[in-house]
Design a protein around this ligand. Structure first.
Ligand SMILES: [Zn+2]
Length: 184
């Protein structure tokens, strides 16, 4: 917990949230920082299905909400990305096109564009702590590992310092980038 904790520090299932980043310094605003995540903005984008680049509504059509993942099926388990749990929020059409052009990570990893008909909030991604087992009775938590994703019903959730929301991508249709850019 935080010593000056307030209600906004708690998320779903009373999970402890990492606080948002302060606004970017003047002169550095308005430029998308693809590799840097503003945690409060990320969680809001997931909750409300907003584009994580511009903050407007993510694009949606009859197949569902538009998502870009920084991976390709060849590197993944069969069936991917159905039910993939992702910390990437959805995107709008304009930002999807721009991200594919400008984002160095997407170029390096390859990417997959998809529609998701039934995205479902799954849990949180963050740093997992536990009781300090080397000091019996110690109330202080000890670091276990970062980059941990836990479902809302995971019994370890109270020990996760939650940076980002994780979404389960259910009802996935993989689409072609060309269709994506030229779609109405
Ligand atoms: Zn956008």
């Amino acid at each position: 917990m935080y010593t000056d904790e307030h209600a906004a520090d708690r998320g779903r299932h009373d999970a402890l949230l990492v606080r948002g980043r302060r606004p970017a310094p003047k002169g550095n605003r308005g430029k998308p920082l693809y590799a840097v995540v503003n945690y409060a903005k990320q969680r809001r984008a997931m909750r409300r299905l907003l584009c994580h680049v511009c903050g407007k509504s993510a694009h949606r059509n009859e197949l569902g909400v538009l998502w870009l993942l920084d991976d390709v099926a060849a590197n993944c388990e069969p069936g991917w990305p159905e039910r993939e749990v992702s910390v990437h929020p959805p995107v709008c059409l304009g930002c999807a096109g721009k991200a594919v052009e400008e984002c160095p990570e997407l170029h390096k990893m390859g990417f997959t564009a998809l529609r998701v008909s039934d995205p479902e909030e799954y849990g949180y991604y963050g740093t997992l702590y536990t009781r300090d087992l080397s000091a019996p009775g110690s109330p202080f938590p000890a670091f276990v590992r970062d980059r941990e994703t836990l479902a809302f019903d995971d019994p370890l959730l109270p020990w996760l310092h939650c940076a980002q929301s994780a979404m389960a991508l259910n009802g996935v249709t993989v689409i072609k980038l060309d269709d994506l850019i030229s779609a109405p």
